[in-house]
Design a protein around this ligand. Sequence first.
Ligand SMILES: [Zn+2]
Ligand SMILES: [Zn+2]
Length: 344
Amino acid sequence: MAPLSKVALVAFGAINGANAWGVLGHATVAYVAQNYASSDTASWAQGVLGDTSSSYLANIASWADQYRLTKAGKWSAPLHFIDAEDNPPSSCNVNYERDCGSSGCSISAIANYTQRAGDGRLSSDHIAEALKFLVHFLGDVTQPLHDEAYEVGGNYIDVTFNGYSDNLHADWDTYMPEQLIGGDTLSDAQSWANTLISEITSGSYKSQAASWIEGDTISDTITTATRWASDANAFVCTVVMPNGAAALQTGDLYPTYYNSVIGTIELQIAKGGYRLGNWLNLIYNSDIAKRDLESFVKENQDSTFPELLGRDVLPEPRPLSRAKLARAAMGEACCRSEKRDHVH
Ligand SMILES: [Zn+2]
Ligand SMILES: [Zn+2]
């Protein structure tokens, strides 16, 4: 058993987020992860988050999206994506040195918060924050357009989906998953997660699930997270825009395009959840289980804390590329708009 009485001291800070992956995608990733977290990992995470409910990860899965919209959290906006400066649909690839901007990216953030989540020198608030960021970013990194610089991750590709004008990025984040599931509540997410878990356990994902986490190691977080980003980025060429962006702007994406991509959306959500469960187990097993939290905190009170932005894991700074300038012009946000500009 995890030392619940000790970690309970560390708690508080869970936010019941509910609005617009989107909310559905992130909560589903979280529920899938909860299924694969060991009981010790679960007790640790529940203690850190101050939430012993059966939705302890799902409840905070979209916290990072709310935080980045606040004045205090604006700095974290670039951490939701990596702008791969490749050339879809003819060439897709991610290069950490080339693509991670000087303010950080999803890969540097995953490296940084993995280290911080297991660092007993940090305050309870900072450990909870690290865990909340990880739960979110391991979801974001599986969304192919969060690993693509082209048209600012598809935010500037205007399309029509099921009669509504929006952009390709928002369709992938939110509207296509919601078209599939029919809602974005936690119970929608739980039931989608149950479907995906049964595909992993005994269905169409059974033979491949092991490959989703093959080689994942918290002793080389940059390499591991770059592999996740590369895996998702490859779909930009093969599934997201196999015939280029212009081909997506000539008619309604529903139902033909939707039918051609929805299987990939489901796959990526399942993958994100399976990886997250395993990742939290790795953090727990190598960093948390090994020490007595209280004595560790005492011994290390005066040592230097890892720095919040994770600058130590960023590539060397270099002049801004055109893609980085385009992103900067958008205020480094991940998405042009959270909601459709017109109502139902
Ligand atoms: Zn995000
Ligand atoms: Zn997005």
